[in-house]
Design a binder for this molecule. Structure first.
Ligand SMILES: CC(C)(COP(=O)(O)OP(=O)(O)OC[C@H]1O[C@@H](n2cnc3c(N)ncnc32)[C@H](O)[C@@H]1OP(=O)(O)O)[C@@H](O)C(=O)NCCC(=O)NCCS
Length: 331
C-alpha cells in the first residue's frame, strides 16, 4: 500500500472579520434615467424601489473600485496586506479576460503571493465566495481570505431597453474572512437552476463585435421575479433553518438588492418580526449584482441600523440562474 499523505486541518470555525464598500461616484437619478428610456420616476420607484443608482466614472475601473473597498476591509480587520493568503473576486462585469481581477487587486494591494482567482456567480457571487472562504479556512487551505464582489454594470446596459436600463449600478464590496472560536457562518444553501439559463444573459464578445458595443444584459424580468418570490423564498427559509435559528432570533435581513417587491415577498414567507432590520440599499444603488450584499451590509453597519455581533441572513440570486444564502454574524 502507498504511504499515507498528510492532509491539512484548519480552524474549527470561520467568521466575517470586516466589510467595506466603494460606490461609483456618479449619481444617476430616475429623472436622468428617463431622458434615456420612456419611463417615469413613479413607475421605477413603484415597480422596484429604485430612486437613483451609482455609475462609475472612467477612472473608477474594476480594479480601482476593488482596491478602495479592500483597503478599508483589511484595515478594519486589523490586518495588513501580507496577512491575506487568498483573494477571491466575484464579478460578471470585468471586461478583461486575464489576468484575473483577483491577481490585479493582489498586486495593487501588495499582497505577496495569495491564492487568487475570480468566480462568476452573478448576484449570488458574494455568498458563493463567502462559502468558499469558510471552507478554505476550516480545511486549513487559507487563514485570512479577502472576498470581493465587484460590478461595472453600467457598461453592460442597453440604454434603449426600458425593461432593464434603469435597474443596474456600479460598485465593489469587500470582506475579510478569518478563523473564529465560535460559529459565525451558517451552512450555505446554494445551487442553481440551469434550465433558466436564458432568464438573464449577455451575448458573447464575438457576437457583440458586430453591434459596435460591448455585450449587454437581456432579461426576462417576469421569470426572474417569479423565481425570486417563490423558489428563493423557500431557500431563504432553508438557510435560516440550517443555521438553527427561529425567525425571532434573526436581527438583520440582507437579501440581494434586486427589487423591493421581491424583498417584501421574502419577508412575508420568512415571517420575520418587525424588529428585524431589513436592507433597502437598492433605493440609492440599484442592483449591483455581486457587490449588492456587502455594500448593503456595510451601509447598515455604518448607519448604526445593524451592529457587530448581530445575526444576519444574506441571500443572493441571479443569472444562471444561481442562488446562495447563509446566516452570518456581522463583523
Ligand atoms: C423588471 C421589472 C421591474 C419589470 O416589471 P414588470 O411588472 O414585470 O413589467 P412588464 O415587463 O410586465 O411590463 C408591465 C407594464 O409596464 C410597462 N413598462 C415596462 N418597462 C417600463 C418602464 N421602464 N417604464 C414604464 N413602463 C414600463 C410595460 O410596457 C407594461 O405595460 P402594459 O401593461 O401597458 O403592457 C420586473 O419584472 C422585475 O423587477 N423583475 C425582476 C428583475 C430582477 O430582479 N432582475 C435581477 C435579478 S438578479
Amino acid at each position: 500500500m502507498s504511504a499515507p499523505i498528510k492532509v491539512s486541518t484548519g480552524a474549527k470555525y470561520a467568521r466575517l472579520m470586516s466589510v467595506a464598500g466603494y460606490r461609483g461616484s456618479r449619481v444617476v437619478d430616475n429623472a436622468e434615467m428617463c431622458t434615456y428610456i420612456d419611463s417615469s420616476d413613479e413607475w421605477i420607484q413603484q415597480r422596484t424601489g429604485i430612486a437613483e443608482r451609482r455609475w462609475a466614472t472612467e477612472e473608477e475601473t474594476p480594479a480601482f473600485m476593488c482596491v478602495q473597498a479592500a483597503t478599508k476591509a483589511i484595515e478594519r480587520a486589523g490586518l495588513g496586506a501580507s496577512d491575506i493568503d487568498a483573494v477571491i473576486v466575484s464579478t460578471v462585469s470585468n471586461f478583461r479576460q486575464y489576468p484575473s481581477l483577483a491577481c490585479e487587486v493582489a498586486r495593487a494591494l501588495g499582497i505577496p503571493a495569495p491564492a487568487a482567482y475570480d468566480i462568476r456567480a452573478a448576484c449570488a457571487g458574494f455568498c458563493y465566495a463567502l462559502s468558499q472562504a469558510d471552507g478554505l479556512i476550516r480545511t486549513g487551505s487559507a487563514h485570512h481570505v479577502l472576498i470581493i464582489g465587484m460590478e461595472l454594470l453600467s457598461k453592460q446596459i442597453d440604454l434603449t431597453d426600458r425593461g432593464t436600463a434603469f435597474l443596474f449600478g456600479d460598485g465593489a464590496g469587500a470582506a475579510v474572512v478569518g478563523p473564529s472560536e465560535t460559529p459565525a457562518i451558517g451552512p450555505a444553501v446554494w445551487g442553481s437552476d440551469p434550465s433558466q439559463d436564458d432568464a438573464i444573459w449577455t451575448e458573447d464578445w464575438f457576437d457583440a463585435l458586430g453591434t459596435g458595443r460591448p455585450p449587454v444584459v437581456h432579461m426576462n424580468g417576469r421569470a426572474v421575479y417569479l423565481w425570486g418570490t417563490t423558489f428563493i423564498a423557500e431557500k431563504a427559509v432553508e438557510a435560516l433553518d440550517k443555521a438553527g435559528l427561529a425567525p425571532e432570533q434573526l436581527d438583520v435581513f440582507i437579501p440581494h438588492q434586486a427589487n423591493n417587491r421581491i424583498t417584501d415577498a421574502l419577508l412575508r414567507r420568512l415571517h420575520l418580526p418587525e424588529t428585524v432590520t431589513v436592507s433597502r440599499d437598492i433605493r440609492h444603488m440599484g442592483n449591483v449584482s455581486a457587490a449588492s450584499i456587502p455594500l448593503a451590509m456595510d451601509a447598515l453597519l455604518e448607519s448604526g441600523e445593524a451592529k457587530s455581533g448581530d445575526n444576519a441572513l444574506i441571500i443572493g440570486f441571479g443569472a444562471g440562474l444561481v442562488f446562495a444564502g447563509q446566516v452570518v454574524v456581522l463583523p
